[in-house]
Design a protein around this ligand. Structure first.
Ligand SMILES: [Mn+2]
Length: 433
């Protein structure tokens, strides 16, 4: 299934071999950080040096005077920016390619969409980076890092993703078990702090006690050490709670079935490690998540601390903002000033608490720029393409937007917020009609 991608990966290796140094730019989320770690590990093993930076996006372009630029988890949707780079370019992405890239020098484009694989759910950027790494040498241990990006981007365990996981399992790097994909820790903390699934126990100690009593599990037990039977009772309890909360149908499938433990990594529970890396990106401490993915123990305790403060912050923000949500015709939205973040909050609202409409979170930053995150769920996504909505609504007000069908974003100016929301609502109504 990877034949076409491998052809492009081999072309990338040819380009790489002309150089001794690579300038890597990658996205700041889990998929981006893990893509960076996979590429960096593969280069180090080849004796190549690199300099890596983590970007929020490509809106401002890339600055580099180096001879070889590697872009990961971004770029395919920014042909104008990529065309401007005066260097050899290796582009490894899974976002839908748009426009035409007029490269100035040598160029390779490793993107599942160009090889008949749907990059929105069956191959992540980390997976595409892994395919590149495989062409560079025996890097099959990095399949576990690729899996983190798959989980981080909430992709499905199908197609290319499934093939990479199978390889990791066969080589003994990934252990697959039946069960729930939840974070590690004492059950009580797991249920309170989990954001995906979000279970609404954060400030509801009594409800949590009742819940634990009902499912007959000691809250002090470690999640990773539960018996199959205990885990099944927990799964049933969670399913009932989610239905009562009004979460979207099918939500349970998103975190149950197979779960993964990573034998070679510093944190064995795949979801836990993915969450730590996510927090490091969100808290602008990318090097910590990157270091942990490079298996450098020195970063581990900081990683856990970052994760803890990040999730607590998000939970507090969810409780606080719940009252401020506004409703359009076909969307719900929230306008924040200098908020903590937009993506995680929009995800929780659109998947777990208000699953009937897409959710748009807007954050006005100090410089007057507005960061927009739009989220829906699989049910809504059967009809609605949020990437398209974000792209055209942002363009209408002079901004820029795009992303994936269920998770998209935009950058606009503060003065155009009202017009933007109106347009998003209008476009969503048209698609959902
Ligand atoms: Mn990605």
């Amino acid at each position: 299934m990877f034949e076409l991608l491998k052809v492009e990966a081999r072309k990338a290796v040819k380009i790489l071999e002309k150089h001794e140094f690579a300038r890597i730019f990658t996205h700041y989320d889990v998929d981006g950080i893990t893509s960076g770690a996979i590429i960096a590990s593969a280069l180090l093993r080849k004796g190549m040096a690199f300099h890596i930076s983590f970007l929020r996006g490509l809106n401002e372009g890339v600055e580099s005077s180096d001879e070889l630029v590697i872009l990961a988890d971004m770029g395919s949707g920014y042909p104008d920016v990529v065309s401007e780079i005066d260097a050899d370019v290796i582009l490894i992405d899974h976002h839908t390619p748009t426009g035409r890239i007029e490269h100035k020098r040598d160029f390779a484009h490793i993107n599942p969409h160009l090889a008949g694989i749907d990059g929105s759910f069956e191959l992540s950027a980390s997976g595409a980076s892994y395919i590149f790494a495989e062409e560079l040498g025996d890097n099959s241990d990095l399949s576990s890092i690729a899996l983190l990006g798959i989980i981080g981007d909430k992709q499905k365990i199908v197609g290319g993703n499934a093939e990479i996981i199978r390889k990791g399992v066969n080589r003994g790097y990934i252990e697959e078990r039946e069960g729930l994909r939840l974070i590690s820790g004492k059950i009580r903390d797991v249920l309170r702090l989990s954001l995906d699934p979000y279970l609404d126990f954060y400030s509801k100690e009594e409800e949590l006690d009742d819940f634990l009593e009902k499912v007959r599990i000691d809250g002090e037990r470690e999640f990773d050490e539960l018996s199959r039977d205990e885990e099944r009772r927990l799964a049933n309890g969670i399913a009932i709670r989610l239905i009562e909360m009004g979460s979207y149908h099918g939500v349970i499938e998103d975190f149950s079935g197979k779960k993964f433990y990573l034998r070679e990594e510093l944190v064995k529970n795949c979801v836990m490690l993915s969450e730590i890396v996510n927090a490091s990106g969100r808290k602008a401490s990318h090097s910590i998540g990157f270091g942990i993915c490079m298996r450098d123990e020195a970063y581990l305790s900081q990683g856990y601390e970052l994760w803890r403060s990040f999730v607590e912050e998000i939970h507090r923000e969810i409780s606080r903002r719940r009252e401020e949500i506004e409703e359009g015709e076909c969307i719900r939205y929230l306008v924040m000033e200098d908020g903590v973040s937009t993506g995680p909050i929009a995800s929780v609202f659109s998947r777990y608490l208000f699953a009937d409409k897409p959710f748009i979170a807007l954050n006005i930053k100090k410089d007057g720029k507005v960061k927009v995150s739009a989220r829906s769920n699989r049910k809504i996504a059967e009809k609605l393409d949020l990437a398209e909505v974000m792209r055209s609504a942002a363009e209408k007000v002079g901004g820029r937007g795009g992303g994936h069908v269920v998770a998209a974003g935009a950058n606009i100016d503060a003065e155009s917020i009202d017009e933007f929301i109106k347009e998003v609502d209008r476009l969503c109504c048209i698609q959902l009609a």
